[in-house]
Design a protein around this ligand. Structure first.
Ligand SMILES: Nc1ncnc2c1ncn2[C@@H]1O[C@H](COP(=O)(O)OP(=O)(O)OP(=O)(O)O)[C@@H](O)[C@H]1O
Ligand SMILES: [Mg+2]
Length: 325
């Protein structure tokens, strides 16, 4: 039987709620705590996640070397005569999250616990309009074509991955719709405040609207049962945050909620890779409460997947303790 890799869209149509940050934290938690091979697709032309992992120089290098999402979108530009079959190796950058990973990456086929990335870059803004050439109902067709191209171009990487995480943009686009269509599960970051909660409600309403369902619907559990909500930038001392989260859990009792991720002032300094060749060590980047939040996020997400896919059994990596020190 061929291995089926769960695909998870980290999505919310509200901007700035922590989608890219949560994708990174979840990927690192799963790779380091559970030894999983995590493949990330960055579908946002802002390329925030790609920059965090690769630096902006690394993002430019991916583009120059014709790798990443833009190389796939290029095949949709009329007259370019590029075929997706020529793009066999799109994900070439194997990111090292810690020193041990860097040492082991030469031997990655026999080792566990790495993150690889299909990078985004700002040139996607000029390419995405070519995906919109069939307005209205036509996006069903172009969406299917895009999904085929993405799957075709990343065949090898997908066959090596235990899980695929897609960082979605905060707007509806063919790329975003395709991510939502490909996904088996949805991680939805939100803030514990009114506007974000409205955004969360709008996203859910949109996902379950009858206009969407012909394309999005899948056999099995409903959208609500596939959704894993993560409250980010949470302040445990804020009465309004606490109340908002309590209300949300009460009103949305059929969703799975992770424990909230605390707000951390120094995050913007801590998360990005410093230079293109610098090590990206988990242990030194995540400290204190944030580190335990990330580990808890990985544990709770694995519990969520296990409860829905009983044949999957991911266990804590025996080396993980050492990697976290
Ligand atoms: N736990 C946290 N503590 C402090 N700041 C955070 C936390 N999580 C995210 N942030 C900050 O919040 C801002 C928005 O986060 P992020 O870019 O991940 O959101 P997004 O939903 O991906 O945004 P967009 O919709 O633009 O793609 C960033 O500056 C990020 O550093
Ligand atoms: Mg983002």
């Amino acid at each position: 039987m061929t291995k089926r890799t769960p695909v998870v869209a980290v999505a919310n149509l509200k901007g700035g709620v922590g989608k890219s940050t949560t994708t990174l934290m979840l990927a690192e938690g799963l790779a380091l705590q559970y030894g999983l091979n995590v493949l990330i697709f960055d579908f946002d032309a802002q390329a925030n996640l790609s920059e965090l992992l690769l630096t902006s120089e690394g993002v430019q290098r991916e583009r120059n070397q014709d790798r990443g999402v833009a190389a796939i979108l290029d095949t949709f530009v009329p007259g370019k005569n590029r075929s997706v079959e020529d793009l066999r190796i799109v994900v070439e950058q194997w990111n090292s999250c810690c020193i041990e990973e860097l040492v082991r990456k030469k031997n990655r086929d026999s080792e566990e616990g790495w993150i690889s990335l299909l990078a985004a870059d700002p040139s996607m803004r000029f390419l995405e309009p070519f995906l919109e050439r069939s307005p209205g109902q036509g996006w069903y067709d172009i969406g299917e074509e895009l999904i085929w191209a993405l799957e075709e171009a990343t065949q090898f990487e997908r066959s090596q991955a235990d899980i695929i995480l897609i960082d979605c943009p905060p707007h509806v686009s063919t790329l975003c719709r395709s991510a939502l269509k490909m996904a088996d599960y949805y991680v939805t970051p939100t803030l514990a405040e009114t506007l974000s909660i409205w955004g969360l409600q709008q996203f859910t309403r949109w996902m379950t609207h009858t206009d969407q369902t012909p394309w999005f619907s899948k056999p099995g559990p409903s959208f609500n049962e596939r959704q894993f909500v993560v409250c980010t930038r949470f302040s445990a001392t804020s009465r309004s945050h606490q109340k908002a989260l309590e209300d949300l859990k009460r009103d949305w009792s059929d969703r799975t909620f992770s424990s909230p991720i605390g707000a951390r002032v120094s995050l913007n300094r801590e998360l990005p890779r410093r230079t293109i060749n610098s090590l990206h060590s988990f242990g030194s980047r995540y400290r204190g409460k944030l580190k335990s939040d990330v580990m808890t996020l990985a544990d709770e997400f694995v519990g969520f997947i296990h409860s829905r896919e009983p044949h999957i059994s991911w266990s804590r990596s025996s080396t993980a303790g050492g990697l976290f020190n």
